[in-house]
Write a protein that binds this ligand. Sequence first.
Ligand code: 6MZ
Length: 348
Amino acid sequence: MTIAGPAAEALASLSPSEISFLECLPKSELHAHLNGSISIKALQELAQSHGPEGDQTIKSKISEFASGVTLSKIDDFFTLFPAIYALTSSPKPLAIATADVLSSFLGPVERPNPQSYLELRSTPRKQPSFDGSRLEYVQTVLSVVELYPATSCAFIVSIDRRMSEEDIKECVDIAIQMKQQGRRVVGLDLCGDPLVGDMELFKPYFQRAKQHGLGITLHIAETKDNSEHDTNLLMSFEPDRLGHATFLDESSRKMVLEKKTPVELCLTSNLLCKTVPTLNDHHIRFYLDNKAPIVICTDDKLPFRTTVLGEYALLLAKSPLGLGLSEQEVKEIAEMGMQARFGVTPSA
Ligand code: 6MZ
């Protein structure tokens, strides 16, 4: 996976012994979107073998990913996905993409890295963007996830804020059904354009998933335009983890600290989507100051060109390239990530 931008600069500033230290730390990636995490190499291969013939848009989009996307605001981010979806539009290429993402996080399936763990998330698609049903989408991803041991990897079903009630119901039913059949679905996520959708509609479905033992994680307060009403409503879902939580209001922050809800933090993603101006302004400071649980994640390493190691480098590197934390602090953060897994109990 190509690494460039802030994480690469932070990594380049570290000594060989600091890099070896980071390499040996546990890496619990709990916030990675499948279609945002595919490598350039796999996309190129998919474009050759499964892409719409002669489609220049896809080729130019892949070059754009390779040289680094520039986003002027987070809204631009969501326009990146149709080109990727055109390459994962049926079970076979979806399985190839999943295998690529898993091996990039965990190492080869026959010899996964014992220090790495991944809860991969994805939004089940159907016609017209996927040549199959939503159930087939989930089963395809699971068939690859389950090639790895349960101590390495699990799957979270994402629900997009743009979905209709019928779509939400279908996805939640699939997640519950898969869990009941002993398949490796461990949670439900809420994602997508942060300003779309009426969260009241989603609440009973997330409650139902929770009752069935699925972990709940929500993208919350990702932009400054998210209303306090939206955030408070999402907090009433009683999430087990939160994604981003960049603009959490006072009362929600208090609740997060009281409940010790782990927050999935994606440093490079926030910088490149411009929801956080500089690393020193990042809300990670709030959680560190309050000794609250956090997990360091990559979000979408295809456009953000980062890795978990690169994100750890942002913690350790001296300011302004990094946050200047001590090795002991970074180690404790890495261990917190392992504690926040849905799929494996902390004692396992
Ligand atoms: C909100 C995001 C996201 O599900 O097709 N997604 N939603 N905020 C983010 N941070 C910048 N990054 C990715 O992966 C792609 C989908 O994940 C969501 C978007 O809905 C995107 O379409 P899957 O595997």
